[in-house]
Design a protein. Structure first.
Lengths: 428, 509
């Protein structure tokens, strides 16, 4: 049985950063929007840092102090990169609009204007990024000015070792000390999970107890760093509270998944989206689409043993890559999973990956994905837009390697902006 | 007395000699089981596989497998084995198989295809013939580690990461060996009474240092590791040995092998995508679900084979072994043991030890054919599936797991660190992985590699940014095995790993 409910202007398929950004942009333009996610998204894998562009060309490992200058160079050098399809001005507009939306959510980000920053990660490396959660900012400044600091970690918390961080980054930031503490909340068992600790820090009592545990170890420290667990909401309040109790700034350090800052970003945008009356449909898998040949008409969803269709005037495909499920690889090659669109990919599996995992050039498979026209419409086999009103955004796009270029968030946001604006333009 | 090579043969030889009261030192360029001993299908052959083309090996396997099941049961899972034929397989081979087994005294029982499917429900439902044999699974890491452990308890010494770089020969005798410690680069010269070359595929190079030429045929074998175990027992294809015809259980996973590709040298070889595809295609004819299986990694080893008179491919060459006395080359204290199989390692060690002892005038008989192999607790963590059982047995598992894929607790890693430290061996992530299974699960080191590094910092065993170099080296080593199996879920896993290790940590920079 097939039934259909209301009709939308735009359906966004995908619940990662590109999907969330696309929905937010569509709402900004007053479109009646539905966002669909087969899961509730993989944002717990996202660091929460907003990269724009760090490295280009990756072969040379050139770092860009000014990400916009880096993008200008990239647009010149790599005309097939999604950034080049947009052009610098559109990327700037999209980025600006996204930050304005983010500002309305109350989740605060910081960064130097027109300049990348370095953030110490939990392994003690320095990550190049553009905008960072405000709760990480004192760490950026402290690192830059080499201020003496205390890094704390917690008994039973995996994947975060203050000693490792302090020793590894010590070459560049010598004045750090490490201290292990017991997290002041009576959890069951011995393992301490990021998300539960973040949840526990909602309580002022727990914050006070944490400050009391840190305080005796402060010494000459002019700031205190800890894993990114300062609350699932309003981390700025938690940080300010701790700073008030300790007398020195407290900052968060990005962790391995599950990443609390990634979840905060997701929740903040979702709340904003829902306030604007978009429909969010998670846990529902799209299985195909109906079209009249040239134009997409409706999306087909699984609904128990039957199917359901959702009508819309256009669709944005932001289903991600292999981890997100937008692409799938078998031994014979890579497929796009929803519409079976052609996928640009290395000719043979032998050419997917290089001999060294950490080869700075990156793996050819990372450049695989959907090729699009200037309106971000995926191309069909004839090299022209497969559908007049289907657009693609985010990591599913070909000719980019966000992991090596450090442009993940920028790619998601800018191409979501490009896809939505193109839909508006194409639909007149 | 110097043994070159700490594979299973060198380890077995050290134990054999130690039990006869002969003190020996084992030098190993890398680590225990770094060569073929650590890159095989962990199969204790009943001998049935060789009945058609290699009867000597078949009988040796028969006798040795029975012996090891009695003497080293803690290294063995006595799964039993099946030989199955599918439609299209050589019917003459199928028909002759049971009588050949009987002729060589190898127990075999014919099964109706229906009975075979009851035993192994994942088998192809279209099998046309099946036989039950006494194959078993053996853990080659535990085997070598336990052999070395008992040898050491009896006075033997093991030097890993120590490479033999030359011999000093005077007349018919090798007087000294030049050794280089790989970490420090320091060279030392040690006097030697007798030398046994048990370097596996590198035996030709070791012999060349003594001025002896021994021809060795190098045959590369590639295997795949599944994410979950697909059969209870060892499944062999009932045909003349060929690619992709054995599926052997190994604790919680199965191993699919092997290929046989001729090589010009024993240098480290990596599995290729073409070999992986061939293995999947062939093995899924026996066990169809292997076609859609998630593989966590591939690995390859080099078999040292004895050359035949006429040129032949690796499959046709004998799996037999030889103990060479090098009399003809005018050397009186140099022995090479080469060829052979994991199943016959003890016999190889015995024969080599017999020759050495006769030269030394030692009359003590071989003890390894009667004395059980003691089990040591430090080596238990190499056993697949032990760590999870240990963890679950604790009523209130308080101890954090360092590796979640293989469920290895932190205390197991600590035991190994203390063990390596006490011996003055380098604390390398791969050395810990070899002895604990950390890094062998589906994440292939993405999470546990980082945790091991952190743990070494916590224990003050790493300083400055040494951990980054350790981690990178560990990840690159895992990559060799991961790269050929990157499709499906394992590619998604790799994408996450790269997002974290490159996107967030910038380890490539």
């Amino acid at each position: 049985m097939t039934r259909s409910r209301q009709e939308f202007d735009l359906i966004i398929v995908g619940a990662g950063l590109a999907g969330l950004a696309a929905t937010a942009f569509a709402l900004e333009s007053g479109l009646k929007t539905l966002q669909l996610g087969a899961t509730s998204g993989e944002m717990h894998f996202a660091s929460g840092l907003l990269d724009l562009l760090g490295i280009h060309p990756v072969e040379e490992q050139d770092r860009w102090e000014d990400p916009w200058a880096g993008i200008a160079a990239l647009v010149r050098d790599r005309p097939e990169h999604p950034y080049a399809r947009l052009g610098l001005e559109n990327i700037r507009s999209g980025w600006k609009e996204f930050l304005a939306i983010l500002e309305r959510t109350g989740l605060r980000y910081s960064g130097r204007p027109e300049r990348n920053s370095l953030v110490a990660t939990c392994t003690g490396t320095a990550k190049i990024t553009y905008q960072v959660p405000e709760t990480m900012w004192p760490g950026v400044i402290g690192f830059k000015k080499k201020r003496p600091g205390l890094i704390v970690d917690f008994e039973g918390m995996k994947d975060f070792s203050a000693v490792q961080l302090v020793k590894t980054i010590g070459v560049h930031w010598p004045g750090l000390r490490a201290q292990r503490l017991r997290f002041p909340y009576p959890f069951q068992g011995t393992e301490r999970q990021n998300i539960f600790m973040a949840e526990a820090l909602r309580s002022h009592k727990v914050r006070t107890a944490l400050a009391e545990a840190i305080s005796p170890h402060l010494g000459d420290a002019r700031l205190v760093g800890m894993p990114a667990i300062l609350g699932l909401q309003q981390p700025e309040v938690v940080a300010a509270d701790l700073e008030g109790l300790l007398g020195v700034p407290v900052f968060e350090i990005p962790t391995m998944p599950p990443s609390v800052p990634g979840l905060r970003l997701k929740q903040a945008i979702e709340q904003e989206i829902m306030r604007e009356d978009a429909v969010l449909l998670y846990g529902r898998r799209a299985v195909g689409a109906n079209s009249d040949g040239r134009r997409f008409v409706s999306l087909v969803l699984e609904a128990g043993r039957s199917q359901e269709t959702l009508k819309a005037r256009g669709m944005v495909l932001a289903t991600g890559r292999f981890l997100g499920g937008g692409l799938a690889a078998s031994r014979r090659g890579i497929r796009e999973t929803l519409l079976d669109l052609p996928v640009h990919q290395p000719r043979r599996r032998q050419d997917f990956h290089r001999r060294r995992f950490l080869d700075p050039r990156g793996h050819p498979v990372n450049q695989a994905g959907l090729e699009v026209d200037d309106l971000f419409r995926p191309l069909g086999n004839n090299g022209k837009a497969a559908y007049e009103n289907i657009f693609a955004a985010g990591s599913i796009l070909a000719h980019q390697d966000w992991k090596r270029m450090k442009c993940g968030a920028g790619l998601a946001i800018a191409t979501a902006y490009g896809a939505v604006k193109s839909f508006i333009r194409a639909s007149g | 007395m110097l043994i070159v090579g700490a594979g299973v043969t060198g380890a077995g030889l050290a134990r054999d000699l130690a039990l006869r009261g002969v003190h020996c030192s084992v030098v190993e360029a890398k680590d225990i089981n770094a060569g073929a001993s650590g890159a095989n299908n962990g199969l204790l052959h009943s001998g049935a596989r060789y009945v058609s083309n290699d009867p000597v090996s078949a009988r040796e396997c028969r006798d040795e497998s029975l012996l090891l099941k009695t003497l080293a049961p803690h290294c063995i899972e006595d799964t039993g084995g099946l030989f199955v034929a599918v439609a299209g397989d050589d019917e003459t081979y199928v028909a002759e198989f049971p009588s050949l087994c009987e002729q060589h005294g190898i127990p075999v029982r014919v099964l109706e295809p229906r009975e075979a499917l009851e035993l192994e429900p994942t088998l192809n439902h279209k099998i046309i013939a099946a036989y039950r044999v006494e194959d078993a699974a053996i853990n080659p890491f535990r085997l070598s580690l336990d052999n070395i452990a008992q040898a050491e308890a009896h006075g033997a010494r093991l030097f890993t990461h120590t490479e033999l770089v030359g011999f000093e020969r005077k007349g018919s005798r090798i007087q000294a060996a030049r050794l280089r410690q790989n970490q420090s680069g320091q060279e030392i010269v040690v006097g030697v009474e007798q030398v046994v070359n048990a370097a596996g595929p590198w035996a030709g190079q070791v012999a060349a240092l003594a001025g002896v030429l021994i021809p060795i045929v190098y045959s590369k074998g590639t295997l795949l590791v599944t994410q979950t175990r697909v059969t209870h027992s060892v499944i062999n294809r009932l045909r003349a040995p060929d690619d992709g015809d054995i599926v052997s259980p190994s604790g919680t996973v199965s191993l699919v092998g092997t290929t046989s590709v001729g090589l010009d040298s024993p240098s480290p070889c990596q599995p290729t995508i073409a070999e992986v595809d061939l293995l999947v295609a062939q093995a899924s004819e026996m066990v169809p679900l292997l076609a859609g299986m998630r593989y966590v990694r591939a690995f390859a080893g080099v078999r040292p084979l004895l050359p035949a008179e006429q040129t032949a491919d690796g499959r046709a060459l004998s799996r037999g072994f030889e103990v060479l006395n090098h009399d003809a080359a005018g050397l009186s204290n140099f022995v090479t043991v080469t060829g052979g199989k994991l199943t016959t390692f003890r016999l190889m060690a015995e024969k080599a030890a017999d020759l050495v002892c006769s030269r030394l005038g030692v009359t003590e008989p071989c003890r390894t054919k009667t004395a059980p192999l003691p089990s040591t607790t430090t080596n238990q963590w190499t056993e697949p599936g032990l760590a999870p059982r240990f963890w679950l047995r604790q009523e209130n598992p308080k101890e954090p797991l360092l590796c979640e894929c293989e469920m290895v607790p932190t205390s197991a890693v600590d035991q190994i660190i203390d063990h390596l430290n006490a011996r003055g061996e380098p604390l390398d992530l791969s050395a810990i992985g070899l002895r604990t299974r950390v890094g062998r699960g589906s994440c292939q080191g993405a999470f546990c590699g980082l945790r091991m590094t952190a743990h070494l910092y916590e224990r003050r065993l790493l300083e400055s940014d040494q951990g980054l170099f350790q981690l990178k080296r560990f990840l690159e080593r895992r990559w060799h095995g991961l790269r050929p199996v990157l499709w499906g879920s394992q590619l998604a896993q790799e994408e996450l790993q790269e997002a974290l290790h490159c996107g967030l940590f910038g380890l490539e920079m």
